[in-house]
Structure formats: structure tokens, C-alpha cells
Unconditional design. Structure first.
Length: 423
């Protein structure tokens, strides 16, 4: 594609889902590119993993105490599974000037401009641990475009599946993260967004129930869970997080970074605003502030039609890995995790993470335990259902780490695109 060709693209119809927009979006499938913002962490450090873990309420010594890590099969501290969020230096394939210009033209703008974008599904596969001193490079690409003709969410929608592949400083693939965002016309989904219960003042009795769950929470750690000792129907011990306060969200950001808003405050924020003014809108004092503030600024959330600030999908995903890692212990390996985000969780809501064993399988030498896991709020509503696959040791052999479908990053992307192809 040349710049001339790019100039001939049809004008996009704002806020309307069109066949032309879908076709234009599909042209981007498989094009590997750089994430536009730098990572929060360039390297795995004790401080980084500890701050991240504390941000979601996890004090597992496997990622918080290097001396403890030396006593485990890993030989030292390793990072929590979702620490991936904080890492990933841009690592797109090198292009000629002509190829770079063509890619820039292809990726310019949003073919579905004006449509709502709602995080729907997040999936992970982990193949290797992140150890102290490790660095990660990340490539991103659109790996799937799926049209849903009659979605319950808002009629006709499009699912964009984004893939993020991570490789370490030794060119070894470490993990993949797949995110699905539902694109829908905003007027069609407006009514659905109102179907949520809001938090109400808590009774002392309910707060005591939360405190009791905090007291009861255990981290298995060195107490090895063997494949032979797990049975279908076993419950995974429940954990609680909440009620969520704005101060909790601040601590979460310390470990997680900002993710959506490029990092930097004051003068650095000004420089970002100068470059990307659309990321900032005036607050009640007419001061430009990040649009991301809908997660903590009630006035801005209200301005967007949302009754209260709400959480991040990434926080719930981390809570779900937390219940699994508490249960499986140091010698298990969380291989796969997937969840859907179906309802808002507002400031003031409480998260209850629950799970159960649904299957045991021995496949190609792997001892797989399949779990259903989910997040409920204080109303008993499941807000994020999910599942996970854990590899456990037997009494005869430790866990052997899984391998990616392809060891080469370009072949891995080709494999992913083939998985999501929709003819």
C-alpha cells in the first residue's frame, strides 16, 4: 500500500458499523506493530514484582521475597503471572522505509471510528517464568476480526481480537495475551449499560464477613499439591478483595503503571497532551485531565453516562490468577487462563473469587487440571466468569513447562491468525 492508495480510502461514517469499515479493519489482521507507549518496567526487579503483587493484595513470598524463592524449584524470585502487563519493550519487525510508510498508512485512524469499544474477553498462555533481571520484548497485532450478526449486547457487533506476544532477552517466547474488544454502535448498547446494581452502604455484619474471609485466606506455597490428590468437583478456596476504594486503585496503579495514559506527570503530562490533545479533556476546574480518569473521577464518569467510577478488567484478571496461584502452590504452573467481563464493578463494590475443579486430564505427558473460576460481586452476581488450566506435579515427576505452538515469533503470529480466521 502507498500513501496515494491510503488517501483513496472511503470516508469513515462516524459511529456507524459498516461493511466497508469491517473490510478495512480486516486488512490489518496479522500486521505486527509496536505498542505506542513504553513499559512500566523494563526489567524484573524485586521492587517491581512486590509493588505489583501488593497492588492487588497478594503477599505470596514467591514474588515478594528473593530469599524464599531460592528454596523453590525456580531457584529465586519469579514474577506473578500478570506482571506481563507492566513489561514489553516495542519490538516490531524491522521494515524498509517503503514498508514502514505503507504500514503507517494502513494503520492510520480507526476503521470503526465512533463505535464503542468494550473489553469482553482476555486470555493468557504462560510458557516460562519471569525471573529477576529478565527483560521482555512485545509485539502486537490484530489477529482476528469476527462479525456477530445478532449479539445480545447490542445487535450487530464486531469482535476485535488483539494478540500480544512476549519474548525475553534470549529470544525465547514467554507468553501470549489475547484480548477481545466488542465494537458496537453506542446508541444500541446504551440500555445494556444501565442493567447493573450499584453499591450500597455495608452493614457491620457484612464487613465482618469480608474480614473473616481475609483472615481465612491461605497461600499453599511449599505445601505441594499433587495431581493424584485433586478430584473433579473440588472447590478452590474462595478469596475476597474489597470493598474497592479509590485508594486501592491508586496502589494498583503504582504496581501496574497507567497502561492507557502515557506515563509522566506535570511537565511530562503537558508534553503528552501537546502531542495527543485528544487524550485530555477539561475537568470541573477547566484543567485538562486524562480521559482515563473515569476510573476514579465520578463527575467525568457521569459525563460519559456511567453512574460511578469503575474498575479495570486487568485488575479482575489478576484477582483470578491470584485465587489459582494461592491454590496450586509453588510447584504448580498456571498454563492458561481466560475470562469474560460481563458487568461493571464500581468503586465500593466487593470482589469474591471462587472456583472448582471440572476435569483432570493427562495429555502428552502433561497433568492438566481444568478449573472454572469466576468473580462475583456483593450482590451475588457473576461479573467475570472464567476458566484456567493448571499443570501439577505427580509424586513421581515435577511439572514440565509447556511449549508454545511455535517457537518463532512470526510463525506464532501466523498460527494465531489461522486460529481466528473467519471466512
Amino acid at each position: 500500500m502507498t500513501d496515494t492508495v491510503a488517501e483513496k480510502k472511503p470516508k469513515r461514517e462516524y459511529g456507524v458499523l459498516t461493511d466497508e469499515g469491517i473490510a478495512e479493519l480486516r486488512l490489518r489482521v496479522g500486521v505486527q506493530h509496536k505498542k505506542p507507549t513504553p513499559p512500566h518496567n523494563y526489567e524484573v526487579t524485586w521492587d517491581g514484582t512486590r509493588h505489583f503483587a501488593f497492588g492487588y493484595g497478594d503477599e505470596n513470598p514467591l514474588w515478594c521475597d528473593p530469599e524464599y524463592g531460592k528454596t523453590t524449584r525456580w531457584g529465586g524470585l519469579i514474577a506473578p503471572p500478570n506482571f506481563l502487563y507492566t513489561m514489553g519493550e516495542p519490538d516490531a519487525p524491522k521494515l524498509t522505509p517503503e514498508e514502514a510508510a505503507a504500514q503507517k498508512a494502513l494503520l492510520k485512524g480507526d476503521p470503526l471510528v465512533g463505535l464503542g469499544s468494550y473489553q469482553a474477553v482476555m486470555e493468557f498462555e504462560w510458557w516460562r517464568p519471569l525471573k529477576l533481571g529478565d527483560r521482555l520484548r512485545q509485539r502486537a497485532a490484530l489477529i482476528g476480526v469476527q462479525v456477530n450478526s445478532n449479539s445480545k449486547f447490542s445487535g450487530r457487533t464486531v469482535s476485535e481480537v488483539q494478540g500480544y506476544v512476549y519474548q525475553n532477552q534470549n529470544d525465547e517466547l514467554v507468553a501470549i495475551q489475547r484480548g477481545t474488544w466488542m465494537r458496537a454502535e453506542r446508541h444500541a448498547s446504551a440500555e445494556r449499560k444501565k442493567e447493573y446494581d450499584l453499591p450500597e452502604p455495608y452493614t457491620d455484619e457484612y464487613l465482618r464477613k469480608i474480614d473473616a474471609a481475609y483472615e481465612a485466606e491461605t497461600i499453599r506455597g511449599a505445601d505441594t499439591l499433587y495431581f493424584e490428590d485433586v478430584n473433579e468437583g473440588d472447590e478452590v478456596p474462595t478469596i475476597v478483595r474489597g470493598p474497592m476504594r479509590t485508594s486501592d486503585l491508586v496502589i494498583w496503579h503504582i504496581g501496574w503503571g497507567m497502561q492507557l495514559t502515557p506515563p509522566g506527570a506535570f511537565r511530562l503530562s503537558y508534553k503528552i497532551r501537546k502531542k495527543v490533545p485528544g487524550m485530555y479533556t477539561p475537568n470541573d476546574l477547566n484543567v485538562p485531565d486524562t480521559v482515563q480518569r473515569l476510573h476514579w473521577d465520578k463527575a467525568w464518569a457521569n459525563n460519559l453516562g456511567i453512574p460511578l467510577p469503575y474498575d479495570y478488567g486487568g485488575l479482575r484478571e489478576t484477582f483470578l490468577t491470584n485465587i489459582v496461584t494461592n491454590w496450586m502452590g509453588d510447584d504448580g504452573w498456571l498454563w492458561k487462563m481466560s475470562c469474560q467481563h460481563r458487568k461493571f464493578v464500581y468503586t465500593g463494590d466487593t470482589y469474591w473469587m471462587k472456583g472448582k475443579v471440572v476435569a483432570k486430564k493427562q495429555v502428552d505427558g502433561r497433568n492438566e487440571v481444568h478449573l472454572d473460576i469466576w468473580v462475583e460481586n456483593q450482590h451475588g452476581t457473576i461479573v467475570s466468569p472464567g476458566n484456567a488450566v493448571v499443570l501439577l506435579p505427580t509424586r513421581d515427576a515435577p511439572v514440565e513447562l509447556p511449549k508454545p505452538a511455535e517457537e518463532d515469533i512470526d510463525k506464532m503470529y501466523a498460527h494465531e491468525v489461522s486460529r481466528y480466521r473467519q471466512d
